[in-house]
Design a protein around this ligand. Sequence first.
Ligand code: PLP
Length: 431
Amino acid sequence: MTSPVWHPFHQHGLGEPIPHVVRAEGAVLHLAGGGTLIDAVSSWWVTTHGHCHPRIAAAIAEQAGRLDQLIFAGYTHGPAEEVARGLIDLAPRSAGRDPLAHVFFSDSGSTAVEVALKMALGYWRNLALDGLAQARHRILVLEHGYHGDTIGAMSVGERGVYNQAWAPLLFDVGTIPFPAPGREQAALDALESACAAPEKPAAFIVEPLILGAGGMLIYPAPVLRGMAAICARHDVLFIADEVMTGWGRTGTLFACEQAGVVPDIMAVAKGITGGAIPLAATLATGRIFDAHKSTDRARLFYHSSSYTANAIACAAACANLAIWRQEDVLGRIGKLAEGVASRLAKLADHPAFTNPRQLGAVAAIDLIAPDAGYLSDLAPRLRAFFQERGILLRPLGNTIYLMPPYCLDADQLDCVFVALSEAGECFGVRT
Ligand SMILES: Cc1ncc(COP(=O)(O)O)c(C=O)c1O
């Protein structure tokens, strides 16, 4: 029987089999028919502590029987209040910097980014209405960035095959070159001149320290610090998209911490509920909130979705925050990162691979291939290859990356790296 389901980022015309998962536990997915897969990509980077974490599952069950959903325009509930306070407590902070003090809920990384962009533009508009500044509309972005698949989020991401169908709808942005090794100062100089241009930018949006979908491209913390300092000097709002990097992926709770950066606006999603249920939040400093606060109803922040701050999702997020507060999650990530590092070092000697890289428990390596790039033929073949070996990996073109849940054990990690090495044997073009 053919399925009516239309899958995301999936070419149905190729007829690739679609595994049916019936249950999940820790780092393992159980398939209909009995097989298992090690989830080495945290089910699209969301699962942090492991699938079906008992504390998070219990919080969801308990909340589902108490209060499921509430209109959030002008009403509130305990789980949302608790998550908001928890996020503010855990957010990056630094002496002398305006702290993140307000939390706006939404339901995906893309919407958290849309909200961030709307907040930035709303800030400048409202200041202009009061005659305190010129209105500003221009957004600066980093080359190879990815921020989601809604129109605004696509507009601030790298242009490519994944958004070319909608190119006429995407708004124009200023692109700062990626600070690749040896090109760091050039990137900072480009940002400095873009910020100083006569058409003053409203904001600069970045994925801090590592660009995920752009190919797991890592850049150093001092560059991130430098970018934030340039924005502060020119009063250009600094938006950190921590949708992927947040919740420990880079070895700290948020990547900005490693650079001592406090953004003006920060988007979080994915692991906010430990990966169990959708929720997102956009955090903002006092001045962003205050620019929208008025007795004038026309100035309120016009953004919502029906499920904003869904109570069940917020209860899951409360349980996740409690895990972060009470357990040594960073210690667990540190051990996992060590295990990844030692195995990656061995793989780096394999002649089929190049450019091994790692930040926290996120690791990537490129398979040397004649057709590198996102549409590389290798990607679907590698996916099937790993699946046959009981591993869920979803390479970005010829870039194979791991972003495992933090409960992945040494045996599971060994399985993954054995399969990586076999992939090198099977698909690698030797130099
Ligand atoms: C950095 C970043 N921002 C935004 C998004 C969009 O998040 P979502 O898929 O939840 O809309 C992603 C998704 O991978 C991401 O990596």
